[in-house]
Structures are given as C-alpha cells and as structure tokens.
Design a protein around this ligand. Structure first.
Ligand code: PRE
Ligand code: MN
Length: 357
C-alpha cells in the first residue's frame, strides 16, 4: 500500500514538473504578447480572448475535473499572466528604475536635486509683496539654501480667495531671487502661462490639483526646464508615476516628484502624509523625491518631525512654507511658519543631516 502511494506520488512529481515547465513556457509567450501589446498600444486585458479559451477548454474537458473547476484554474493562469504583463509594462516606463537603475539628478543651474545633499525649498505660500518675499529670501539665502518657492498663480478652493499676483508675482520672485542668488520654484496652472513663466521661473511646479491635467503635463514635457510635480491629493502612487511618465515621454527628463499628503478620513491633519510613498517612489522610479511637509500637515507644530521622517525614509529634500507674519498671510495662514521658526526648523533638521542646499 505504502509502496503504491509512493509510486503514485512519484508520478505526480513528474507531472508537477511538466505543468511547471508548461506554465513557464506559456508565460514566456505571454511576455512576448505583452511586448507586442505595449508596442501597439493594445489593452492588456482581453476578456473576449479569455472567454474563447475557457469555452474551448471546457468543450474538450474529459474530467474528472468539472467545467467550473477548469474555468477557475485557467482563470487563475490568465490573471497571473496579466500580472506578468503589468510588471513588464511598468518596467518599460521611462520613469522606472528597472529601466534606468541610476538616480536621476535634476540640475537647476548648478544646484543638484537628488544628488549628494538634500534640498530645502522654502518660501511663502503666495507672493504678496516685494518686501514680504525679500524678507523670506534673506533668511533662506542666509542659511546657505538655494531654493525660493512662492505662489504667483494660486489654485484656490474658493474663487473668492486670493488668486495670487500673477505675472507681477513672478517678477517679484525673479528680482528677489537674483538679489540673493536663489532658484525660483513657482506653480504654473495653464499651458498658456508657460512661455512667459520661462523667463522668471527656474523650476515649474505642477500643483496637486493639476497632477492629471494632461495638456499641462504634455506642455511642460516639451520644455527644457525642471518640473516639480506634486502628487494629487487623491492620486495613487501608480497614477502619480503615470503623470510623471507624461512629462518624460514628451521629452523632459528633469522631473522632481513631491509627496504632499493624501486625503484620508483623518482630521487631525489637513492631509495624511503618505510616508511609504517615499521609499516606494525611490524604489520604483529613478527620479528625485521630495516631501512638502506644509501641505501634508496643514499645521505648523509637526513640520519638523515630518521632515525628519521624510529624510529618514529616503527623501531628497523637503518643501516648506515660510512667511514673515503667517497670521496675516493671504493664503495658508494656519500652516506657514515665521522666520524664527524656520531658522529653528533648519537648525533641528541639520542636527541629523549636516548639509542641506
Ligand atoms: C492572455 C493574457 C491576458 C489576456 O487577458 C488574454 C490572454 C493569456 O494569458 O492567455 C495572453 C494575452 O495577453 C493575449 O492573448 O492577448
Ligand atoms: Mn500653500
């Protein structure tokens, strides 16, 4: 009895190996189909084809497995095949680290983002005046930092909120930044403003609300200027990567990804900083990854620990809003920090990481 059990099991072992080899032979063909589908832009999932294969298989099914079992077994094989093609297609993306293993360093003039030293991008939520912008710039430059942010075109939730100074704001930013040898990061919301912005802005920011504004993504993809792309507040990491792919696939490789918190049920913060997005984006893409702590938190008392967490998770830097007098700010008053608080933030952060730019 035990001898025949052994013998039967030996037969199964051999069949298992046959099935294994057949599955992998099948998988290799699935990959070939995957490459063709990618080239031809055909959908991976083909339910009609799957149905036809299942119908054929049950039509020749001799049992003892019943038709339902055959269907579900093969459905599993098709699902695994689709998974294989999905992985293959992800690895073929221009943003993918599988395709380009080395880190992309985005140079803004001579300043590197994603290089040896983390960056701090600081500045007011909105450019309100020359004096307000210059006060912040003086502190930023005084700390040896290189990036000044500021909103000139503001995407506001309400149309009655301050909409930004527009071109006048960009001019202020440029003039102040030149005075302090800083690089300007500012949001542009529409393709029509890109041309004029190019004269004033060093890094074009695409805001969270525009992460899937595909015309804007294509337009900045055609520029020869670094782009700071913020994650949409309800965007998955996959959608975020595809948004960056739009820019790269239109010819601009200089994209900086920025996690800025996502919408969840949690009300203690304005958004929930998705810290896991940082190592995932670093693993799956070769692009620099920053964390905008201000918009993630929506409150100023936890910006420092969030920034520390971001760097510990592998971020290439942080973005933070700084205003000379936050309580009077025309936007995001409750979450910006003042100049002294920013100096303290910088000092505390540099205790762990000595050199920032
Ligand atoms: C395959 C995989 C996924 C599709 O949904 C349909 C079929 C399969 O595993 O047989 C292969 C395939 O991609 C295809 O035939 O188009
Ligand atoms: Mn803001």
């Amino acid at each position: 009895m035990s001898e025949s059990l052994e013998a039967l099991r030996a037969q199964l072992d051999a069949i298992n190996e046959d099935i294994l080899h057949a599955l992998n032979r099948r998988a290799r063909i699935v990959e070939e189909i995957g490459r063709l589908k990618l080239k031809q832009g055909i959908n991976r999932f083909d339910p009609v084809r799957e149905r036809a294969m299942l119908d054929h298989l049950v039509s020749i099914n001799e049992g003892p497995f019943d038709d339902q079992t055959i269907r579900s077994l093969f459905k599993q094989i098709f699902a695994a095949s689709l998974q294989l093609q999905k992985k293959q297609h992800e690895q073929a993306l221009l943003v993918s680290r599988a395709r380009k293993p080395e880190n992309t360093v985005v140079y803004v003039g001579d300043v590197a983002v994603g290089g040896e030293h983390p960056v701090i991008i600081a500045g007011p939520c909105s450019v309100e005046s020359e004096a307000q912008t210059a006060q912040v710039a003086e502190v930023v430059a005084g700390l040896g930092l290189k990036f000044l942010r500021g909103g000139a075109f503001k995407p506001r939730t309400s149309p009655y909120d301050f909409q930004g100074l527009g071109l006048e704001g960009l001019k202020i930013l440029r003039e102040v930044a030149n005075r302090y040898d800083l690089r300007v990061v500012s949001e542009i919301m529409t393709p029509g403003d890109l041309e004029v912005a190019a004269d004033y802005v060093d890094v074009i920011q695409i805001g969270a609300r525009n992460m899937q504004n595909f015309n804007l993504l294509k337009a900045v993809g055609a520029l020869d200027k670094p782009v700071l792309l913020k994650r949409g507040m309800a965007a998955t990491i996959e959608e975020f990567k595809f948004a960056a792919e739009y820019i790269l696939s239109h010819g601009n490789p200089n994209v900086i990804l920025t996690e800025r918190g996502i919408r969840t049920y949690e009300k203690a913060t304005r958004n929930t900083l998705d810290i896991s997005a940082v190592p995932i984006l670093k693993q799956e893409t070769h692009l620099p990854v920053l964390v905008d702590v201000t918009h993630a938190a929506g409150r100023r008392d936890i910006l420092l620990p969030l920034a520390k967490a971001a760097l510990a998770a592998g971020a290439d830097g942080v973005m933070i809003e700084v205003h000379p007098d936050p309580n009077t700010a025309l936007s995001d008053a409750q979450q910006q920090i003042d100049l002294d608080q920013f100096r303290m933030f910088y000092q505390e952060l540099t205790k762990n990481v000595p050199v920032f730019i």
